[in-house]
Design a binder for this molecule. Structure first.
Ligand SMILES: Cc1cc2nc3c(=O)[nH]c(=O)nc-3n(C[C@H](O)[C@H](O)[C@H](O)COP(=O)(O)O)c2cc1C
Length: 371
């Protein structure tokens, strides 16, 4: 089931894996799919190290990268991002004290003296993302993807000058059309089932509508995919492949710690919700006491992007340390899609890829048997 896009990218199976784990990228690409390394949360130096590792290990096999360059954020209207210090001044005291109370109630200790929280601006601003793009373009990548709108025009042009295809995620037909007009080569139609930032329309409804609206531009289906049968169904609807994010979180090569994996393995299909609690824009994530607190009307509302992410950065570092130290995931903030209900066992990526390929063949045989 090699689609035209597979041929153009030099891959064997139409499976695209978004992941922050370089090992997952390597294993997906080795198995014939396209591993796509997420830059979010990495400093430029860290990202450079990760991509170097992937490049060396893959030895010429194709891979891609994903950066986050949000088209809409506080400060966008005045021409760009403010400095971190300026943003910090915009964080209301009411929000800060609510967070401190929440963490205290759940016994999450402050950061040890001398340690600092992860830099909240990492990967969420054009300044950082553009550096990551420059680093990525030094390597023979096949694709640059962007969430939260089309990448800026100069990034699209630069990628094209390097012969690299540009992909963008979208949850709406009208946005898909605009992105193609802006020069995006591949549209990732992301249904509401997906983990991370997502809209309200399901992938089953969205994908054929986007395929029709932007033909002949290629479309990947994203959101809710956890089996080869679903990949085959996406191809049947005119997509040229599937883009998966959640499924990798419980693989052996994922970066997630053992308590986080356990929490994901235990979660069911209806244990997620769309909430602004991560970034200020609706993102699907695990329902936990963290989301309960932010959804409670008695508490302050999440702030707009990028303020929410900056507000919660220190709290997230504290919670992360607490999870590692105690295994207590009560306050976990974890983007994941509805397919988490099917993620019930830690498996190596190679096995997940084998199962996906087998599922695709089974689906084809089932349809062929119908005549
Ligand atoms: C933990 C997590 C983090 C994500 N972060 C990003 C990101 O930084 N950039 C991006 O383009 N998409 C991101 N996504 C969305 C994925 O790229 C992908 O579109 C989505 O996971 C597909 O739906 P699925 O979760 O049902 O597989 C993230 C998804 C998850 C689960």
């Amino acid at each position: 089931m090699k689609t035209q896009l597979c041929q153009e990218l030099g891959i064997e199976v139409p499976i695209f894996a978004f992941t922050r784990s370089p090992k997952v990228v390597i294993e997906v690409s080795r198995a014939g799919g396209l591993g796509v390394l997420g830059a979010i949360g990495y400093t430029s130096d860290e990202f450079a190290e990760q991509i170097e590792l992937v490049h060396k290990e893959l030895n010429g096999l194709p891979f891609g990268v994903d950066v986050v360059m949000p088209a809409g954020f506080v400060g966008a209207e005045s021409g760009g991002m403010a400095s971190a210090a300026e943003y910090h001044q915009m964080l209301p005291e009411e929000h800060r004290s609510f967070l401190n109370r929440l963490l205290e109630e759940h016994g999450v200790p402050p950061l040890p003296e001398g340690s600092t929280a992860a830099d909240a601006m990492q990967g969420w601003t054009d300044q950082v993302s553009k550096k990551q793009v420059d680093i990525a373009l030094k390597y023979p990548i096949k694709l640059i993807a962007n969430a939260l709108g089309p990448p800026p025009k100069d990034v699209i042009d630069l990628a094209h000058q390097h012969g690299v295809k540009v992909a963008a995620l979208t949850g709406k037909v009208k946005h898909a059309k605009k992105q193609v007009e802006a020069g995006v080569d591949i549209i990732i139609a992301q249904g509401t089932e997906a983990g991370g930032h997502t809209g309200e329309v399901s992938s089953f409804v969205l994908t054929p509508a986007v395929v029709e609206a932007i033909a002949p531009a290629p479309v990947l289906l994203a959101g809710g995919v956890g089996s080869g049968e679903q990949v085959a169904a996406a191809l049947a609807m005119g997509a040229q492949g599937c883009w998966l994010g959640s499924l990798w979180l419980t693989t052996a090569e994922a970066l997630e710690s053992a308590p986080v994996k356990k929490r994901l393995l235990d979660a069911g299909y209806d244990d997620t919700l769309r909430s602004k609690a991560v970034s200020g824009k609706p993102a699907r994530q695990l329902k936990t006491k963290w989301t309960d607190a932010w959804e409670d009307p008695k508490n302050p509302n999440p702030l707009p992007m990028p303020l929410q992410f900056m507000l919660i950065a220190e709290a997230q570092s504290r919670i992360h340390r607490h999870v590692e130290a105690t295994g207590d995931t009560t306050l976990l903030m974890q983007p994941v899609g509805q397919i988490v209900g099917r993620m019930n066992e830690v498996k190596p990526v190679a096995e997940v890829m084998r199962e996906l390929k087998q599922g695709m063949r089974d689906a084809r045989d089932r349809l062929n048997a119908l005549g």
